[in-house]
Design a protein around this ligand. Sequence first.
Ligand SMILES: [Fe+2]
Ligand SMILES: [Fe+2]
Length: 208
Amino acid sequence: MMKSEDNYFLSLSSQQKENMLETIKKDVRRSVSEARYEHSIGTMQKAKELAELYGEDPLEAMLVGLVHDIAKEMTKEQYFLYCVQNKIEMDEFDKVQSVTLHGKIGADIAKKKYHFTKEMQDAIYYHTTGRANMTKLDKIIFLADKIEDTRENTEELEQVKNLAKRDMDEAILWDIDHFTIPKMIKQRKMIHPDSIFARNDIIRRKTK
Ligand SMILES: [Fe+2]
Ligand SMILES: [Fe+2]
């Protein structure tokens, strides 16, 4: 749904969005390591491919893919400080597994610095966990992050890639069941409720 905060971004021409992409590339390069920069570019490219396949705006998807991990390499102290200074609410989960804050903070940067639309901010906010009722853009970014070309290819990843070409919901479900949740269990970490909500929501819609 269109919100008034979306007006600035929606008023931009394609050329202006292209220019924005170049500016943001430099910001991302300054904010993260070389390897994560390559991952960000990979996510941007994969987001473009998925957007073209599923009829979403490729430039918007590229911008979101490029920015999604901009806050990933902040320290725990920097996360907390950013949240306090910018009035981002931290829940019990964030306090223990602070790395999940990189989505919330990335979304806040996307809003304040780049004036992304609410939908674009949300795709960054939920990119690691998913959520119930994911938008098309949420799904594109969630998957592009997982299947971009710099990730080491495994049989399991191949499965997500193949599913992503046919049905993004099936690909996300597979990823949550075979990567996101098992990874948390193996590392004895808490499973984010939004991953469970995303999973339940897909199953509910698929079994109707
Ligand atoms: Fe991330
Ligand atoms: Fe990522």
